[in-house]
Design a protein around this ligand. Structure first.
Ligand SMILES: Nc1nc2c(c(=O)[nH]1)N[C@H]1C(S)=C(S)[C@@H](COP(=O)(O)O)O[C@H]1N2
Ligand SMILES: [Mo]
Length: 305
């Protein structure tokens, strides 16, 4: 499967609004936009090398956009690539609701004018024991939370994917309870590693990756990173999440990558990095332990899996 440049919406819609943060350490790069718009599709490790961990190489654009989980477009790995062509993510609005001072529906274009798009290279570890390394563009979810201005009673955040069965063939069947929902504790949502992503490899997100905006929480299993978000709801109790709801004995609310807790049907101790032959050892918190373990101090992570 070859993806031609003509198949891809250029990152031009948002490019004028892209500002590169300077002096924010390894989390930001300042290469020129023109170089960035030529972002290639074969895995330009050079362009992102300051953000890449020693042991990693980027997955290719082709791998990242043809091997996906997005059950709204079907259950097979190539289904989202094959079946998402009629999905139209423009225009887009996001509803902010629940325990906040400023409930509102915000236009994505407007939202993007209020935030700074940054580059983040993150590993994505699927609960199915495969993984990829992806160069995202996005902004801190904490920025949006500040815009929403939550009440102190808001302890959790729930996210909802769009329900549009006319454009999403998987939603015409009861594969999962629709719409797909996910949740985070508010401190997890505020953590600087947690982003809302609008692009990868310097292009707008393709439909199969969750256009036009999706969550990325790199220390948790991939299913937490909910795609094509239309509602963000602030609540006082642990919200429902699709996979724990569907198979509570297999998936917990926290879903932290924890190589010590096996899935009931398979081991989580190793993973297959897409494009590699030899399996890798799965790292605690997907390798982000230093940054996030303080969030779970005193919690039994076997119980709260
Ligand atoms: N709405 C929605 N979001 C979703 C999913 C889904 O089926 N529906 N799959 C999840 C799973 S299991 C994974 S591993 C990641 C995959 O993201 P990627 O295809 O962009 O790599 O998306 C997550 N977000
Ligand atoms: Mo996944």
């Amino acid at each position: 499967m070859k993806i031609l440049p003509s198949d891809i919406t250029p990152y031009s819609i948002y490019i004028n609004r892209r500002k590169f943060i300077k002096g924010a350490g390894a989390a930001a790069l300042s290469f020129s936009i023109s170089r960035k718009t030529q972002a290639n599709h074969i895995g330009d490790n050079d362009l992102y090398k300051e953000l890449l961990d020693n042991n990693d190489t980027l997955n290719t654009f082709e791998e990242i956009t043809t091997y996906n989980n997005f059950y709204e477009f079907g259950m097979g790995k190539t289904d989202p690539y094959k079946n998402s062509g009629s999905f139209n993510p423009i225009p887009w609005t996001i509803k902010l609701e629940g325990l906040i001072n400023k409930p509102k529906t915000i236009d994505l274009e407007k939202l993007l004018s209020l935030v700074t798009i940054e580059d983040r290279v993150y590993r994505l570890r699927c609960v199915e024991a495969w993984s990829m390394v992806i160069p995202w563009q996005g902004f801190s979810l904490s920025k949006l939370i500040k815009i929403a201005d939550p009440l102190s009673a808001a302890k959790f955040v729930q996210f909802e994917t769009i329900f549009r069965p006319e454009e999403m063939p998987g939603q015409r069947r009861r594969i999962l309870p629709w719409p797909y929902v996910e949740g985070l504790r508010i401190d997890e949502a505020m953590h600087p590693l947690t982003i809302l992503s609008t692009g990868l490899y310097g292009h707008d997100l393709l439909n199969q990756n969750g256009a036009p905006i999706r969550l990325v929480v790199p220390w948790k299993y991939g299913f937490k990173s909910i795609k094509s978000i239309v509602t963000i709801r602030f609540v006082d109790k642990e919200p429902k999440a699709t996979w724990p709801m569907t198979a509570p004995s297999e998936y917990g609310f926290y879903s932290n990558v924890n190589s010590l807790v096996d899935h009931p049907r398979w081991s989580q101790s190793t993973e297959r990095r897409i494009g590699e032959f030899k399996r890798r050892k799965t790292m605690m918190f997907n390798g982000y332990e230093e940054e996030v373990s303080h969030l779970y101090k005193g919690m039994d992570l076997k119980k709260f899996y």
